[in-house]
Write a protein that binds this ligand. Structure first.
Ligand code: PHE
Length: 394
């Protein structure tokens, strides 16, 4: 009885909180808020991102980068004589939600183009909707090759996992001097499944042996069974092509089991949460990503400065940089097209050559993909540190 009575006010409080949060979120989404303050006749650009949920760090970073780009473009006068208005939808890192919000952006808001998503699984989900409606979509950072195979309206401004997998294999052999590798991949994420496979092909072709292949699923929290199996095979290093939540836990649990070899991953590790979860266990681990804020070019340093000024002195990560570049590349295409009509913007996007952004030069190839180098990062003293740049092979 007592516990029941106690619970009621809690429930009420929870309900109020949910209602308040709902209000806060719809408040933020008001088309005229933030970077969207553009008024009538503005060019509407849609964005979908995981602003909440399991991969919230990705969506938030990417969104902040995109927002900064739109703001700067508007300050410089907009494009085609108009201001830009960014309409952002949160897909909550949830399956099914990406297609719902992108449908809304296209049919309710009439956006002329869509920016998103970070995670390949969600780009694969919503891409077909953009394609059917002839609304160009530019993914800032989805690396699975299948993303742009959806159709001729789907583009990306980052490298592919076929390259990232090979770069990681070269890194494992040349820098880690690893001959035997264990792989732990997330069967629920197309990104993880793809990157594991590209790495395996490349690593074995280059003479390495994969001694154990373990599976898990997004949102799992206990990896002891897989790690115990990995330990018996005594690998030189462990490859974890997944996202930061699970990777952080895997790193920590590996150390608790007395596994002391390096763990390494791909761009899915790029979030401060990785170190917050893994703590000192993350020391000496490595991952590949798309950019480093330490790069001493004016493009990168101006971007870092402007982003910090706007976001509590936070340093922009790769998602922020690619979110920023995705907006610049799209708007540059509109400028060259002299129009915001889907087919014309599509053609101009496809003709993008050597566009200078914060993640280097973007050239869109015949598959609507970009080719860029990979940056290797290590964790040292709890911080991310630049190690190396791996160039695509000619
Ligand atoms: N490349 C990842 C994917 O395709 C997403 C990602 C991009 C994660 C950039 C971190 C940094 O799912």
């Amino acid at each position: 009885m007592i516990s029941r009575m106690k619970r009621t006010p809690d429930k009420l409080a929870q309900l109020c909180l949910v209602a308040l949060l709902g209000l806060a979120i719809t408040g933020c989404k008001k088309p005229d808020g933030g970077s969207g303050s553009a008024g009538d006749g503005a060019i509407k650009i849609g964005e979908y991102a995981s602003l909440t949920g399991n991969e919230a760090a990705f969506g938030r970073s990417s969104h902040r980068g995109t927002e900064l780009a739109i703001e700067e473009l508007n300050k410089a006068g907009g494009v085609l004589g108009k201001k830009l208005q960014l309409l952002t939808e949160d897909d909550q890192s949830k399956e099914g939600e990406a297609s719902t919000v992108v449908t809304k952006l296209i049919s309710r808001d009439n956006v002329v183009a869509v920016l998103g998503e970070v995670a390949s699984g969600r780009s694969l989900e919503a891409g077909p909707i953009c394609q059917q409606n002839k609304v160009p979509m530019v993914s800032p950072s989805s690396t699975n090759p299948r993303v742009t195979q959806v159709g001729d309206y789907i583009f990306r401004v980052c490298f592919l996992d076929s390259f990232q997998g090979d770069a990681l294999a070269r890194f494992a052999i040349n820098t880690l001097k690893a001959k035997k590798i264990a792989i732990m991949s997330d069967v629920a994420a197309p990104y993880s499944v793809g990157l594991a496979e590209f790495f395996r092909q490349s690593f074995t072709k280059r003479g390495g042996t994969v001694v154990s292949e373990q599976k898990y699923s997004s949102r799992d929290t206990d990896f002891n069974a897989q790690l115990t199996a990995v330990k018996t095979t005594a690998p030189d290093a462990i490859f974890v092509p997944g996202y930061y939540q699970e990777a952080g836990l895997i790193i920590r649990q590996a150390r608790q089991l007395g596994i002391n070899v390096p763990l390494f991953g791909g761009d899915g590790w790029e979030a401060p949460e990785l170190v917050q979860i893994a703590k000192e266990s993350a020391e000496g681990c490595y991952y590949t990503t798309h950019y480093s804020p330490e790069t001493q070019t004016p493009e990168v340093q101006n971007f870092v400065k402007a982003y910090r000024a706007k976001n509590n002195n936070e340093t922009p990560d790769a998602m922020a940089a690619l979110g920023y570049d995705s907006a610049l590349v799209l708007v540059d295409a509109m400028k060259r097209a002299g129009s915001t009509e889907g087919p014309k913007v599509r053609d101009a996007l496809a003709a993008t050559r050597d566009f200078k952004g914060v993640t280097g030069l973007t050239t869109i190839d015949q598959n609507r993909d970009a080719t860029k180098p990979a940056t290797v990062i290590t964790i040292k003293g709890g911080k991310f540190e630049y190690v190396d740049t791996i160039q695509p092979e000619k």
